[in-house]
Design a protein around this ligand. Structure first.
Ligand SMILES: [Mn+2]
Length: 471
């Protein structure tokens, strides 16, 4: 079935929300809005199935980080920890234990109650609620972890841990596990959890849809107000303000907003320039809703709402490649045929290379499929077509992109081109142009659903939409 380009909304629609609805409201039994404690229990049951007999899996909560004395960064829970526990507190450790007879238990270590700290920072989950609300079989305070760990481990127990952000583990965890390093093998088990996380449950799909709806609404909103003379950082601010108003907790990553040649810098975070007339603006941003679920969207548009000819040439190429990739994906998924992200990437590179040779950006004499042509291409696009998306932006990184795509997965499709201003080997009119178009796509039982389709991307829709609302 051919992919039908979605009808695009010319104006963003605010989400209807009465004063009584709060996106942070927890229904009885939920640990994260929309996700019941029983779902976390079911996830642990699946993790136990994948774990070896006589093994334990130790999960560390994220640590609180500070930007200056006494000034904390916004706390974001470690996604592996959150996925299996539902607990959004720092200073916690979860242990999933499967003993030699395959009996399983879930042990939580949480912060001790502390009236002084709780007066400053709010109430804590204690060992009682760890059992009653989080369904821990056993619960202790975090300072009991070092003493308890040897009791959870038999001589032959396989110890599994997960990656820490920037490989930084807490001193408590390091000193508790150090004595075991001589006697036990310690394995990284992220692949085990990634294997589960890559498939989204219905509750998770609803969270992904929520993050994508808010992100898409924010893009449509800020693009309608976009005009030359704006600071790059102001577009980021408009995005963030819209998302916070809709109940998004934070960005999924710092906004990338690049005007003109800044757009050719793939992860341009500086945002220190002013948008000039006849420049393209490349914006890559996403938001996060409760439970760590994120969106990741990129659009590129002309600052005045009108493309120059060279801009239009390249924009049409990238748009065409993006639509063809979506169409191929839809076809394969509808027919239940095998397709991987890597295969779709290779397909997109073929199309991009053809177009870039046509425009004289890549040497026309280089043979299709040759190493020289591939190398030349990578100079202007070193990125992959897409990645898995979920509780992290570059989600489930241990789950290979050579696995077939299946229902329940969410991926990005984001072809691009990045032509440096100072590269004299490319035609002058194309120098300093950066373009990427990125949508988030859910694989369904019957095909695909583009979760971010409400954001304009065709030339006609962009021309009608950019600057259509004053700010
Ligand atoms: Mn992306």
């Amino acid at each position: 079935m051919a992919f039908r380009a979605p009808r695009l909304l010319s104006r963003w629609r605010p989400f209807a929300r009465s004063l009584s609805t709060n996106p942070f409201f927890l229904a009885p039994g939920e640990l994260v809005p929309g996700i019941h404690a029983a779902e976390f229990q079911a996830r642990r049951a699946r993790a136990f199935e994948l774990m070896a007999t006589d093994s334990i899996l130790i999960l560390n909560a994220a640590e609180e980080k500070y930007s200056a004395h006494d000034i904390p960064y916004d706390f974001r829970q470690d996604s592996q920890f959150l996925y299996l526990t539902g607990l959004e507190e720092p200073d916690a450790i979860a242990v999933l234990k499967k003993d030699a007879s395959d009996a399983t238990s879930f042990v939580l270590f949480v912060r001790p109650r502390d009236a002084h700290s709780e007066q400053w920072d709010g109430p804590r989950v204690d060992t009682v609620s760890a059992r009653s609300s989080y369904f821990a079989d056993d619960a202790y305070t975090i300072d009991e972890f070092e003493g308890m760990l040897p009791k959870l481990v038999a001589p032959a127990t396989q110890i599994c841990i997960t990656r820490a952000v920037q490989n930084k583990y807490s001193n408590r965890f390091l000193s508790a596990t150090r004595p075991l390093q001589g006697t036990h093998s310690i394995q990284m088990a992220d692949n085990l959890i990634d294997m589960l996380r890559v498939f989204k449950s219905p509750a998770e799909v609803a969270k992904m849809r929520h993050a994508c709806d808010i992100g898409a609404g924010a893009f449509s909103h800020l693009m309608a107000q976009s005009r030359p003379g704006q600071l790059e950082i102001s577009l980021a601010g408009t995005f963030e303000g819209f998302c916070r108003r809709q109940g998004s907790l934070r960005n999924s990553f710092p906004c990338v907003v690049g005007a003109g040649a800044n757009g050719a810098v793939i992860h341009y975070l500086a945002k220190r320039s002013v948008v000039q007339p006849d420049e393209l603006v490349l914006m890559d941003s996403g938001c996060e809703v409760t439970g760590n679920y994120v969106s990741d969207i990129t659009r590129t548009w002309p600052s005045t709402g009108r493309f120059t000819q060279p801009q239009r040439d390249l924009y049409m190429l990238i748009l065409d490649v993006q639509l063809k990739c979506l169409e191929r994906l839809a076809q394969k998924m509808t027919q239940r045929e095998r397709l991987t992200l890597d295969e779709l990437h290779v397909y997109s590179v073929g199309l991009l290379v053809d177009g870039m040779q046509e425009f004289g950006i890549l040497p026309r004499h280089l043979q299709k499929g040759s190493a020289a042509l591939d190398q030349a291409f990578r100079k202007y696009n070193p990125t992959h077509l897409g990645h898995y998306l979920g509780m992290d932006v570059h989600d489930t990184p241990t789950y290979s992109r050579s696995h077939p795509l299946q229902p329940g997965m969410v991926i990005t499709i984001e072809p691009g081109i990045y032509l440096p201003q100072n590269d004299e080997s490319i035609p002058k009119e194309y120098r300093g142009i950066g373009i990427r178009i990125e949508d988030d796509v859910l694989i369904t039982e019957t095909g695909i659903e583009v979760l971010t389709k409400a954001v304009p991307k065709t030339v006609a829709d962009l021309e009608a939409h950019i600057g259509s609302q004053g700010s």
